[in-house]
Write a protein that binds this ligand. Structure first.
Ligand SMILES: [Zn+2]
Length: 285
């Protein structure tokens, strides 16, 4: 597989976790490109008190991406944003709702600037809690989600969306929001996607499918819905290997290739042609 690009579309790495070592594992398994997504602020030990705290978190991701590129034969594309769980996290910590929302919006403006300064290729993870919350919190989350999409529209970049599993009901929420803001549908990347979500015809988003074997077995590799694979590796020492380890995406492509379930041109379509179009990048070996 040496001559084929392999991209993990949603992986987290941090210096306090495996950092460069995690990237090394990905490379050793055959990975060549990664979309490195910023973690929620508290994952870096940051106790959010001012907008600049987000800048510090984003900068950690950007610096690690540079370090990986310097030390390994990998291309790393940072994605920065304000995770939807920030709202419930800081509420539980007894913070003020209005102040937290203000900070999150400031953080999203900073994320936009990172994209405008070419330090990041997209804004993410943004969205709404995937778990059930107080309707008031959900309402506010949707407002922040909209604000995040507006920042992406200004920067002209895609977004990585974290939200509840899509179905024929809630997909309307997403579609309406995206239409209202006026972002191209395919620039909306649904992270943590499962094959069942891809059958929804209402909205032509891009799916970032968790590379579990059961997902890949169910996935129609010829689906018209654009898709990439991800691990959502959390790089959390307390949850080793969660969600999937850094070697998973290259291993799955090898497995698919060995089983004759996929050919090289399809792998190139998923790992090069699509991400090039979505992120406006150039994927070379
Ligand atoms: Zn994630």
């Amino acid at each position: 597989m040496d001559d084929i690009p392999i991209l993990d579309n949603h992986i987290h790495l941090k210096e306090q976790g495996s950092g460069l070592e995690g990237a090394k594992e990905f490379e050793k398994a055959g990975g060549t490109h990664m979309v490195l997504v910023n973690l929620p602020s508290w994952s870096y030990g940051i106790s959010l008190t001012e907008p600049d705290d987000y800048r510090k978190a984003f900068q950690k991701t950007v610096s690690l991406a540079k370090k990986i590129e310097k030390n390994l034969d990998l291309d790393v594309y940072p994605v920065v944003g304000v995770h939807p769980a920030e709202l419930t996290k800081w509420m539980e910590a007894g913070r003020s709702l209005s102040k937290t929302i203000k900070l999150m919006k400031e953080g999203l403006r900073i994320a936009r600037k990172f994209v405008e300064e070419n330090k990041a290729v997209a804004i993410g993870e943004i969205g709404r809690p995937h778990y059930s919350v107080d309707p008031k919190i959900m309402n506010r989350s949707m407002q922040i989600f909209k604000f995040a999409l507006e920042q992406a529209k200004i920067a002209g970049c895609p977004v990585q969306v974290h939200m509840d599993k899509l179905n024929s009901e809630n997909i309307k929420d997403l579609k309406d929001l995206v239409e209202e803001v006026g972002i191209e549908e395919k620039k909306v990347i649904k992270h943590f996607a499962e094959p069942a979500e891809m059958d929804l015809k209402e909205f032509n988003y891009t799916a970032s499918v968790t590379a579990r074997k059961q997902n890949i077995n169910k996935l129609d590799l010829c689906s018209k819905k654009p898709f990439m694979f991800e691990t959502d590796y959390l790089d959390d020492p307390n949850r080793p290997g969660a969600v999937l380890g850094p070697k998973t995406v290259p291993r799955r492509f090898k497995w698919l290739l060995n089983q004759d379930k996929i050919d090289k041109s399809k792998i190139i379509e998923i790992n090069k042609k699509l991400p090039e179009k979505i992120y406006n990048i150039s994927i070379e070996l």
